[in-house]
Design a binder for this molecule. Structure first.
Ligand code: NAP
Length: 470
């Protein structure tokens, strides 16, 4: 999504000399990789699109994954980015050599560039659980992001490990299709069950006919989210009200024993709130069982919990999340004087205003550390970050600058502000999640999306170390 975004904006700005490296044989990123049953976006689809490529065809308020994948790949084709993607090219090393970046792919070939931009996503590397006997399982087993569509599901006994956003969507979809669904819950999550209505033919027609109407609904959705999301971060009336609303959702669970089992012991929204169309309905079915006893080990016939019970199953789905702290690693980045990204991040990932790293000139990243994520649209975030990158690339094009990198002081100042603001956020109220990195640091943006856009809308010259073109 981010790579296509920047590619499209470069082309729009008349910059054609670039290559997009893609290790897979197709574009689409997370929406290409995640094809599990029930996949959808929980951000309103009107706001989950590029401002420069409105999509009148969204079928629902929250679009299904395949539709989103089709949208991004269509934008790649329509804008010409697709022709500049080198597929099956995994970048292994990025080295600063004689004033340029040398990008080396896994096949050992290298090419040089003036700028490098990492657009590798956050939730990219599947995290497999460290369970005894996992490889002894006799049935079909796969991670949610590596769904094996050759495996039949209807009428099967299916076990799912993990109850995050992904697990909740899978359970909602498979309930009633599987003969029996066993859900291994290590930690209960807060869930907001919402409807996901289809857009009417009239609405779609209106969007097709009028770009102004599309712009209006995009900003309407954006303003709706932005009107309440910053207030939810901090203590106050809005958060108390949202907390009350989310807690009330649990009343959908009629059985008090199950309700208790599903009640988290942390603040709503401390972890990413699960938006689901049917999780609470699904888990109350007779053919769906929540297992809260910890997993002891996996055996050829199923999963044994520490209470000694063997839960037999034919299919084992690992909805166990991602390594969200890898960013572009394992790609090795070595800047001038042997300065490596690994060394720079020895104490945890940090980036100047989420997009650049001191000591690495002409290097940017999308969704870098402390980018705003949570339940906001990452497409809007990517556009704000792309705008900042383009502003520097245009300066370079005009010959105003040869190299640029943020200073260590400016980056430290950004983190002083982040560290001061974070304790006041809901993410710091005491829970573990993929938001929390090394040393317990929350790697999200502690302010409002409006502030994020303003932060990247203007280059603060004093924050950068630059060299002039010779
Ligand atoms: P996740 O939120 O990290 O959840 C992983 C789940 O697996 C958790 O319930 C975790 O338990 C469990 N787990 C991990 N290791 C385990 C083990 N060894 N034994 C038992 N349980 C284990 O991952 P996710 O559900 O894939 O979601 C990740 C993120 O992707 C979301 O937060 C969201 O940002 C994004 N996403 C978005 C959408 C969307 O609609 N836009 C949909 C899906 C995903 P604990 O809770 O105890 O750690």
């Amino acid at each position: 999504m981010s790579g296509i975004c920047l590619g499209a904006l470069l082309l729009k700005g008349g910059i054609r000399d670039f290559t997009v490296y893609e290790k897979a044989p197709a574009a689409g990123g997370t929406w290409r990789d995640n094809t599990y049953p029930g996949i959808a976006c929980d951000v309103p689809s009107r706001f989950y699109q590029y401002t420069f490529a409105p999509n009148p065809e969204w079928s629902r308020s929250m679009a299904p994954g395949a539709e989103i994948n089709a949208y991004f790949t269509k934008v790649a084709r329509d804008t010409g980015v697709h022709d500049r993607i080198r597929f099956g090219a995994e970048v292994s090393d990025i080295n600063w050599l004689d004033g340029q970046w040398s990008v080396t792919t896994a096949d050992g070939t290298s090419e040089t560039y003036d700028f490098v931009v990492s657009a590798t996503g956050i939730l990219h590397h599947p995290r497999y659980p460290d369970l005894d006997g996992l490889d002894t399982f006799g049935g079909a087993m796969f991670h949610s992001a590596r769904w094996d569509h050759s495996v039949p599901l209807d009428g099967q006994r299916i076990a799912i490990v993990g109850t995050g956003s992904t697990g909740a969507q899978i359970v909602s979809d498979l309930a009633g299709r599987a003969e029996e669904l066993v859900v291994f819950q290590r930690t209960p999550h807060w869930v907001m069950q919402l409807r996901n209505p289809e857009f009417s033919r009239v609405t779609r027609w209106l969007h097709r006919r009028s770009a102004a109407y599309d712009t209006l609904t995009y900003h309407g959705s954006r303003l709706f989210i932005e009107s309440f999301s910053p207030a939810l971060l901090h203590p106050g009336r809005a958060r108390r009200f949202a907390t009350w609303l989310i807690r009330r959702q649990l009343n959908k669970i009629e059985d008090p024993v199950l309700r208790k089992q599903l009640t988290p012991d942390f603040e709503p929204m401390c972890r990413r709130l699960i938006i689901s169309t049917g999780y609470y309905d699904a888990v109350q079915r007779d053919d769906v069982q929540i297992v809260a006893s910890p997993i002891d080990r996996v055996e050829p016939d199923g999963v044994r919990t520490t209470d000694g019970v063997l839960h037999e199953c034919d299919v084992l789905v690992l909805a166990t999340g991602f390594d969200s702290h890898a960013y572009l690693r394992p790609t090795a980045v070595t800047g001038p004087s042997g300065h490596t990204l690994d060394k720079a991040w020895a104490g945890g990932p940090r980036a100047y205003r989420t997009v650049a790293v001191p000591g690495l000139p002409n290097f940017f990243m999308f969704m870098g550390p402390n980018s705003p994520v949570g339940n906001y649209s990452l497409v809007a975030i990517a556009e704000a970050q792309a705008g900042f990158m383009l502003a520097w690339i245009e300066r370079w094009q005009r010959g105003d600058v040869d190299t640029m990198a943020p200073s260590a002081e400016a980056t430290d100042a950004f983190y002083r502000d982040v560290d001061a603001a974070m304790p006041d956020t809901v993410w710091a109220t005491g829970c573990t999640s993929w938001y929390v990195g090394q040393g317990g640091r929350v790697e999200l943006y502690p302010w409002a999306p409006k502030q994020f856009r303003a932060m990247l809308a203007k280059i603060e010259d004093e924050d950068f170390e630059t060299t002039a073109r010779s």
